[in-house]
Design a protein around this ligand. Structure first.
Ligand SMILES: [Zn+2]
Length: 315
């Protein structure tokens, strides 16, 4: 009898990663393929193929399947909502289709919630009962865990931490507001704000990325340093709001922008200390995610454990 592992499926707007994850959160095998936004059936067929292939590579039997997906998704019916960038997936349920194909139990959550569950169960948030996970990359997303349980809104809705307004006079956001956290502090926002800031003859203007800005700041470029300070300020404001609202045990930070956390954390902490005076903000641990680039994949497996396995209860 082969050992069992959970088949993990991480569905993003551009790629789908699939892997086998053991019951300690270790990735035993992984594969990925590009997402076809229009063709759902082909997407599910490719997921099934990768599940079989990775199970074979890891020499395990698939004991269940966990899915973390870009949203909106309904965690209970497993159906895709109005996902802008996956039009062909709307109304479809990979939970139903993979259950039929594999005859195991399948659970699905929004990918921010999946990653929050992974960090809470196997990562930097272990033993933290109230935890907020925030990922800062091309957008800002996250998941909230309160008293050891994933927080869900009305009808299971996933809260959008990235769309809290940080500066109402800020840039327009796709959600309809101006100055959302995401429109000010995600990687592309950092670039857009710096491009507006620098003089016309600024030598590094073309091809600026968030990563490049951090490199330039490290080399002492004053414009890039200004951009990094502004980034830390905006990140700090959004995190301070979360601390004022939830006073969590920990906030776990992840995403491509946080790879340069060394340049950001002091500024973030300074902003939080400045404004969170009526809550014990110093007790909220600001920490980096510990599961690395596979957080979302590991999170997908954790979704299965959270739904069907023995519940983790960190107190
Ligand atoms: Zn918004």
């Amino acid at each position: 009898m082969k050992k069992k592992a959970i088949g993990a499926v991480d569905i993003g707007g551009t790629k789908i990663a699939v892997g086998m994850v053991d019951d300690r959160g270790k990735v035993l095998a992984r594969e990925q393929s590009p997402t076809d936004p229009d063709r759902y059936a082909a997407g599910v067929a490719s997921i099934a193929e990768m599940l079989h292939a990775t199970a074979q590579q890891a020499r395990v039997q698939i004991g269940g399947i966990g899915i973390g997906s870009t949203g909106p998704v309904d965690p209970f019916t497993g159906k895709f909502g109005n996902v802008d960038f996956l039009p062909g997936w709307r109304g479809k349920s990979p939970v139903k289709d993979l259950t039929r194909k594999f005859r195991v139990r399948v659970a699905l959550e929004n990918d921010g919630d999946a990653a929050a569950l992974a960090e809470a169960g196997w990562g930097a948030g272990r033993n933290k009962s109230r935890l907020i996970y925030v990922t800062v990359g091309t957008g800002i997303g996250g998941g909230i865990i309160l008293d050891g349980e994933l927080y869900r809104g009305v009808d299971g809705a996933h809260p959008e931490v990235g769309h809290q307004v940080v500066d109402a006079s800020g840039p327009e956001c796709s959600c309809g507001f101006h100055g959302c956290w995401e429109s000010l502090a995600a990687g592309p926002a950092m670039v857009a704000l710096m491009e507006k800031d620098v003089p016309a003859d600024y030598p590094y203007r073309s091809g600026l990325t968030a990563k490049r800005i951090f490199e330039l700041a490290k080399q002492g470029d004053p414009w890039a340093k200004r951009a990094v300070d502004r980034e830390a300020r905006f990140l700090g404001l959004g995190l301070a709001n979360l601390i004022n609202l939830y006073t969590p045990d920990a906030i776990v930070l992840s995403g491509s922008v946080m790879k340069s956390s060394g340049l950001l954390l002091d500024g973030i902490r300074k902003t939080i200390a400045e404004g969170c005076r009526f809550v014990p903000a110093e007790k909220t641990k600001i920490t980096l995610a510990s599961l690395g680039d596979d957080t979302n994949l590991i999170g997908a497996a954790r979704v299965w454990h959270y739904r069907f396995g023995k519940r983790f209860r960190a107190r």
